[in-house]
Write a protein that binds this ligand. Structure first.
Ligand SMILES: NC(=O)C1=CN([C@@H]2O[C@H](COP(=O)(O)OP(=O)(O)OC[C@H]3O[C@@H](n4cnc5c(N)ncnc54)[C@H](OP(=O)(O)O)[C@@H]3O)[C@@H](O)[C@H]2O)C=CC1
Ligand SMILES: O=C1O[C@H](COP(=O)(O)O)[C@@H](O)[C@H](O)[C@H]1O
Length: 486
């Protein structure tokens, strides 16, 4: 850690209520993140976790379940310490007495001292509004006696513009905006957080970070995983709602935003929203010029045969849901006029890799004729698996003749030996501490839904997308994208 970096203090104790405590997200991401926070002392040992679901279960049985599910990821004593802080309450939003029961339980837990309250909606989106209403009507959304009450909302924030607005209306009935945390775990990834520091804490990049010097920017989030057990959600959402409306648009905003006057949540969020306001609307009559949608078929990944999307359990027969999208986006503002941003994400691709590539323009003319082509500079921000910042520059290769060679100036997080906090741990800690910098604000959510509406309309019509390009699992995506790429 840098000597000038302040030590992060231990957060005040919190009672964390995880709605959806038996679910995939809770087991795979939230508990391991909590364990990191407890072990590193960032979360007070006085904090408690109440998991809930509609299933009836004793706290002891739930503790056994957590132990069993997490035994691969966590070992004693970390696992024991985590489990000792966990209890379970059956909460069914359809059941009128659920809210009162939860309120009584939390009061009982607070008998020794009042704790802040954090309610985490880790449930299917259809349960968001009923649970927010339950909290509000039970008086649990109120702050009192210096105790905060915050709510964490998982993506997707609605399934289109109108449902996003409806969710927001209900959230705001009970929670002020400063207490609503719309999570995007991509924002907490180390190299993603680093984008703004790289751009605005160095004098080097900003003068060339514009249409005069940048040819295009490519943002890729490729996954080799399929949809797992999530067909119920995914077959209603597809890649556009799952990855574009949130993570991909956020990466775009971080690459394109103006510097805020000060690094404060609202000022940073203002600048991100301005990027979304500058999005050039997609032309519904010419979508094929800026969009490729695809769906994976059967194929081979890591030498193993994998089924196609339509063979995945739970997917509707003949579903036309896209599992891959490539999009060309323009921003209509002075900095970015004419610079294409290529966004691409898909499931069941050859490898998992997430990165941002900033491609600079060619030199005006090469004076090194006969020494090979002068490749344009490229800045690669590797997010996964490599966490790296790599600037590709042209140099002279060693030897008597004048030959051009591409070399890298590189900084890799993995080799920097710094303290690391996993992405869910970081966002959870920020919720506990009330820092909204890394979270979505409603204006940005709505602007992104508005932008995607023409594509979603096409995908949602019964015939689905007019051109859904198939690609074999384990490939690099639909061949059509190669024709569109610069
Ligand atoms: N899994 C992931 O990788 C990611 C998930 N998300 C989002 O997180 C949320 C949770 O996802 P995930 O964990 O995968 O979902 P799961 O289907 O695995 O788990 C859902 C959980 O919610 C509970 N639940 C279901 N319906 C209701 C209801 N009507 N009222 C109260 N509780 C309910 C279930 O328990 P019970 O049946 O007992 O009620 C279960 O604990 C979703 O919004 C998803 O979009 C976001 C990013 C990644
Ligand atoms: O939010 C989501 O993200 C994951 C990919 O996250 P990563 O951190 O592993 O890159 C994706 O698999 C999932 O479908 C989506 O809901």
């Amino acid at each position: 850690m840098s000597p000038s970096c302040p030590i992060t203090p231990t957060a005040d104790p919190v009672n964390l209520v995880i709605f959806g405590g038996t679910g995939d997200l809770a087991m795979r991401k939230i508990y391991p993140a909590l364990s990191v926070l407890f072990q590193s002392g960032l979360l007070s040992p006085d904090s408690r976790i109440v998991a809930s679901g509609r299933t009836d279960m004793s706290p002891e049985k739930y503790q056994r379940l957590v132990r069993e599910k997490l035994s691969g990821a966590l070992k004693p004593p970390a696992l024991d310490e985590l489990v000792s802080r966990v209890s379970y309450a059956r909460i069914d939003p359809q059941c009128p007495e659920s809210g009162g029961r939860l309120a009584a339980l939390l009061d009982e837990m607070d008998a020794d001292r009042p704790r802040n309250r954090l309610f985490y909606l880790s449930v299917p989106p259809a349960a968001y509004i009923p649970l927010v209403t339950l909290l509000g009507e039970a008086g649990l959304a109120r702050e009192s006696g210096g105790r905060s009450a915050r709510i964490v909302v998982e993506k997707p924030f609605g399934r289109d513009l109108s449902t996003a607005r409806e969710l927001d209306r209900v959230l705001h009935r009970f929670f002020a905006e400063r207490r609503i945390f719309r999570i995007d775990h991509y924002m907490a990834k180390e190299t993603v957080q680093n984008i703004l520091l790289l751009r605005f804490a160095n004098a080097l990049f900003e003068p060339v970070w514009n249409r005069r010097y940048i040819d295009h920017i490519r943002i890729t989030a490729a996954e080799s995983l399929g949809i797992g057990h999530r067909s119920g959600f995914y077959d209603q959402a597809g890649v556009l709602r799952d990855m574009f409306q949130n993570h991909m648009m956020m990466l775009l905003a971080l690459c394109a935003m103006e510097p805020p006057s000060v690094f404060e949540a609202e000022r940073v969020r203002d600048e991100r929203a301005k990027v979304f306001r500058a999005l050039r609307p997609l032309d519904p009559d010419a979508l094929e010029d800026s969009l490729v949608l695809g769906q994976y078929g059967p194929g081979v990944i890591d030498g193993q045969p994998v089924p196609g999307y339509l063979e995945e359990p739970g997917v509707r027969a003949g579903s036309l849901m896209p599992t891959y999208a490539w999009m060309k986006i323009f921003l209509d503002n002075w900095r970015w006029q004419g610079v294409p941003f290529y966004l691409c994400s898909g499931k069941r691709l050859r490898t998992k890799h997430t990165k941002i590539e900033v491609q600079f323009r060619d030199v005006p003319v090469s004076m090194f004729r006969g020494s090979g082509p002068v490749m344009p500079n490229r800045l690669v921000l590797g997010i996964h698996p490599e966490e790296v910042v790599r600037l590709e520059v042209q140099t002279k290769s060693q030897g008597p003749s004048l030959c051009l060679e591409s070399r890298h100036l590189e900084f890799a997080y993995g080799s920097a030996g710094q303290d690391r906090v996993d992405d869910y741990a970081k966002v959870l800690l920020d919720c506990v501490n009330g820092d909204q910098t890394l979270f979505w604000r409603q204006d940005a959510v709505e602007l992104c839904w508005e932008f995607l509406t023409p594509v979603l309309n096409v995908c949602d019509c019964p015939e689905g997308s007019p051109s859904l390009h198939p690609y074999p699992a384990g490939s690099d995506g639909p061949a059509r994208v190669l024709e569109m790429r610069p």
